[in-house]
Design a protein around this ligand. Structure first.
Ligand code: CS2
Length: 501
């Protein structure tokens, strides 16, 4: 006879097992059966499940029952397939200093994948109960030209959607079609709440969706421009991709199997512009900050947190440093990061209400050091062509416009260029994950022995480098010098030379 614990481990996390979980596991403090969907969330990755789902879970626990979430994966059915047999439940493992706390999150009522449930998802988005569509589809999910933030009209998914707009595969196509269907049904449009790391994310995505709609039907575009609200947001919680070791930790603590738990740091922050014509959950009760203007918060976070992440990620991958916590233990990287903040990024920021920016960056450093979070530098290195413009290239452009020369950003850009060679300094190969990977790695291979030619060929990619920045002679000279040093001397001597200068 298997003992009770073995029998439980053979079981899957689900609503019927919630009451039997060990007492230390936090779980929904409300009757999930009484909750109805009010939000469709597009993109089921780890981040949204550590972030907006927990804010919403807390609001549901205050007795607001109309704001359950239905998740829609626009890419693969894998997370839907993990969550569906679990009644949408999953565990969030919050880690700090070896202290784990676990929480089963209940705000996802159901999960769908557009791969085989597109009509079901569109039908749900066209019901009166759904008043908000939230999104975490990563920067590249919006089919944007990263340098300008406008719609990439030649994107294959956009071309395909314009040819068959009622069966969309792109995110702009999905939003436009859902808004069209609601309008045809006589319903007011939902609010579109973008929760990705784009500068002025609501404004950008509004522009992208309107441009897509213009190409589809100018009348629909005019309707969206006039009636649909796209508040901007700043979202923050460090949430690395789930590893098998995390699944094992969670299963052992739960005593049952969770097919896709999520791991995060304790810190979380959400700043939201309060423009929701059809209402919203009282997210402020869960600690969200509702403001009139998100822009200062968003610039601070995108530049200081994400910009530092990108600097550390490219140097670390090339140097063979596996995680951000390991990078923080490096003799040189933290000092370079502090100079990035002090010399290049903080000078570009406007005042941020209620925030002392040096204290914010000091807190960031402590978050990066969290030994419980194994945030892999190769994960952060992905999609550099989309991430570098808002994090580092836009601040560089602003510094030049103000008559200043960035000190550290050229080193970060050179590290990205060196990273595109797909081999670290110990000779280990890795893959560049990026929507432009083919073009970028092709250029890197063609110029692997010529840093100046490599830099020039990359500067010519207009989707990444704004022409004004590519034309700055001082920028080009600095990037080429650092790239040459990285390619010939290596990361360590380059950092030493940088810090000595
Ligand atoms: C990271 C972000 O992968 C990345 O590019 O910089 O995912 C970062 O961890 C989050 O934005 C933190 O809120």
């Amino acid at each position: 006879m298997p003992d009770a614990n073995t029998a439980l481990l053979a079981k899957r996390l689900s609503r019927t097992i919630l009451d039997r979980l060990p007492p230390a596991i936090e779980r929904p403090a409300y009757d999930r059966a009484a909750v109805t969907p009010g939000i469709v969330h597009i993109g089921l990755g780890a981040f949204c499940r550590a972030h907006l789902a927990t804010y919403t879970d807390d609001v549901l626990a205050t007795g607001e029952t109309g704001w359950g979430i239905v998740g829609v994966d626009p890419l693969s059915p894998a997370i839907r397939d993990a969550l569906k047999p679990q009644d949408g439940l999953y565990t969030l493992l919050v880690r700090e200093d070896g202290r784990d706390s676990l929480r089963v999150v209940g705000s996802f009522l159901d999960a769908m994948a557009t791969a085989d449930q597109l009509d079901e998802a569109l039908a749900l988005m066209s019901t009166p109960e759904i008043r908000i569509v939230t999104l975490t589809v990563t920067e590249k999910g919006y089919c944007q030209d990263a340098a300008t933030g406008s719609l990439d009209e030649m994107h294959p998914l956009i071309r395909a959607d314009l040819a068959a707009p009622e069966a969309p595969r792109s995110v702009p196509g999905l939003l436009a079609e859902a808004i069209r269907r609601r309008r045809a049904a006589g319903l007011a449009p939902f609010t579109v709440l973008v929760c990705d790391n784009l500068a002025q994310n609501g404004i950008k995505v509004r522009g992208i969706v309107i441009r897509y709609a213009e190409l589809r039907d100018p009348e629909l575009a005019a309707y969206i421009a006039e009636h649909v609200s796209f508040p901007c947001t700043m979202v923050d919680r460090i949430t690395p991709a789930t590893q098998d070791a995390d699944r094992a930790t969670v299963d052992a603590a739960l005593g049952c199997r969770d097919a896709w738990p999520v791991v995060s740091e304790p810190f979380k922050q959400w700043v939201i512009e309060d423009r929701f014509p059809l209402g919203r959950p009282a997210w402020e009760k869960a600690g969200a900050i509702l403001v009139d203007d998100v822009h200062p918060f968003e610039l601070m976070k995108l530049r200081c947190l994400n910009g530092a992440h990108s600097l550390l990620a490219y140097l670390s991958v090339v140097a063979g440093i596996e995680t951000i916590a390991d990078a923080m233990a490096d003799p040189h990287l933290p000092a370079v990061m502090r100079r990035l903040w002090a010399e290049d990024l903080i000078p570009t920021l406007p005042p941020v209400p209620g925030t002392d920016i040096p204290a914010y960056t000091a807190a960031l450093e402590a978050r990066f050091r969290n030994p419980g979070i194994r945030h892999r530098t190769i994960q952060i290195s992905s999609d550099g062509s989309q991430k570098l413009p808002p994090r580092l290239l836009e601040p560089a452009r602003e510094l030049f416009a103000a008559g200043r020369i960035p000190a550290v950003i050229p080193l970060a850009v050179a590290a990205w260029m060196r990273f595109l060679l797909e081999v670290d300094e110990a000779g280990n190969a890795y893959k560049v994950a990026d929507p432009l990977a083919g073009a970028l790695t092709g250029i890197a291979r063609a110029h692997r022995d010529d840093p100046a030619a490599l830099a020039d060929a990359l500067f010519a990619i207009g989707d990444v480098f704004a022409p004004e920045l590519a034309a700055e002679a001082a920028f080009r000279t600095a990037v080429v010098a650092w790239l040459e040093s990285l390619m010939t001397a290596g990361v360590r001597p380059t950092l030493e030379a940088f810090l000595a200068a």
